[in-house]
Design a protein around this ligand. Structure first.
Ligand SMILES: NC(=O)c1ccc[n+]([C@@H]2O[C@H](COP(=O)([O-])OP(=O)(O)OC[C@H]3O[C@@H](n4cnc5c(N)ncnc54)[C@H](O)[C@@H]3O)[C@@H](O)[C@H]2O)c1
Ligand SMILES: [Zn+2]
Ligand SMILES: [Zn+2]
Length: 339
């Protein structure tokens, strides 16, 4: 089959690779009908995640038609159309039982975090879904069958960015009447803004430097701010919000804008990417309130001031989104709405 593979830092290739096959009795093989590129794929391609090797198949936002099922797969059959949440979860360890599926203890023999599809050897070495076919392990836990009447583009984003953005607003504890700062207006940031509006935040301030992304944010009702126009964006936000925002949600990650020094340090592996958004967040958030990061990886970060976190009781929160539970709720709600 053909697949998109990592081919060294800053390089990807479309190449012939081996077809996946059933390896365990609860695996399924899915013929991919739609797949997407996530901001997190940039971290892999830019060399910010350990455990990448030439020929590794990328992609973790994927759906398709079930082609083959292992003999222990219960609720999925050949021909079903499924979405595939990106964490690989066993369904019965401590973390799965607490619905923290992305932290599954049994799916990544190479590290502490749970396994992720298409996210390098350090997250379990599972081939990704930017391919004609994908093997999905633990198919009784992850994939969800999609009603026929929903088109791929109506459900594909449930595999990652839609639940990720909702989860960001949940761990940041966005409530009615809050002032929320959303850093980064890529797909995750823009969806986060939409969730904030649904949760009736009274003021949403969207920050980026890319004009068309800021314009999208504006069309959703956010105030917009180009961080390149300010020396101290965080301090400016604190001023314009009279003491800081109730919640700051970082939808930027390690691929954010980097200073020259950060670029050098990152190349020398002394630092793992950008800390620009964390710096803005820690200045922009009101005392005793939370800032959270949707970033999927936290690498080594030099010279990060933790003064605000300690003295002003900020509560930073972060992690990899446990998409199984959020996907399920969204499909259920969508079905209810349509009925
Ligand atoms: N935790 C999870 O489970 C999870 C899941 C999906 C995505 N993510 C992460 O969410 C982040 C956003 O994903 P995306 O697909 O929207 O990425 P993206 O790269 O498309 O968007 C990031 C945006 O941030 C902007 N930006 C750069 N530096 C900034 C700064 N200092 N302040 C404000 N904006 C800045 C960029 O211009 C860009 O528009 C990524 O880091 C991704 O890895 C995490
Ligand atoms: Zn992703
Ligand atoms: Zn588990």
């Amino acid at each position: 089959m053909k697949a998109i593979v990592y081919d060294g830092i800053q390089k990807v290739d479309c190449r012939e690779v081996k077809d996946p096959k059933i390896e365990k009795d609860d695996d399924i093989i899915v013929k991919v009908t739609s797949t997407a590129i996530c901001g997190s794929d940039l971290h892999l391609v830019h060399g910010l995640v350990k455990g990448m090797y030439d020929g590794y198949v990328l992609g973790h936002e994927t759906m398709g038609i079930v082609e083959e099922v292992g003999k222990d797969v219960k609720n999925i059959k050949k021909g079903d159309r499924v979405i595939i949440p990106f964490p690989v979860a066993c369904g019965h360890c401590f973390f799965c039982e607490h619905q923290e599926y992305s932290q599954c203890d049994n799916t990544n023999k190479y590290g502490e975090a749970g396994g992720l599809l298409g996210y390098s050897k350090s997250y379990g070495d599972y081939a990704g879904g930017q391919a004609e076919y994908i093997r999905v392990p633990h198919a009784n836990v992850g994939p969800k069958v999609i009603p026929e009447e929903l088109k791929d583009e109506q459900v594909l984003f449930l595999t990652d960015i839609l639940p990720t953005s909702l989860w960001g607003t949940e761990i940041a504890n966005v409530k009615k009447g809050d002032t929320v700062v959303v850093l980064g207006c890529g797909p995750v940031g823009l969806l986060t803004i939409k969730w904030c509006m649904l949760k009736e935040a009274s003021r949403v301030i969207a920050v980026d430097r890319v004009g068309y992304r800021l314009q999208h944010a504006k069309s959703y009702g956010a105030e917009i701010l180009n961080f390149e126009e300010y020396d101290e964006t965080g301090a400016y936000i604190k001023e314009m919000t009279h003491g800081g925002a109730d919640c700051v949600i970082d939808c930027v990650g390690v691929d954010g804008k980097m200073s020259v020094m950060e670029k050098v340090e990152t190349a020398l592996k002394l630092q793992g990417g950008s800390k620009s958004a964390i710096e803005i967040a820690s200045q922009a958030v009101r005392k005793c309130r939370s800032h959270c990061t949707c970033r999927s990886i936290w690498n080594k970060i030099q010279q990060l001031s933790t003064r605000q976190h300690v003295h002003q009781k900020h509560h930073p929160k972060n992690g990899t989104m446990p998409s199984h539970k959020i996907c399920r709720t969204n499909i259920r709600n969508d079905k209810k709405r349509r009925n």
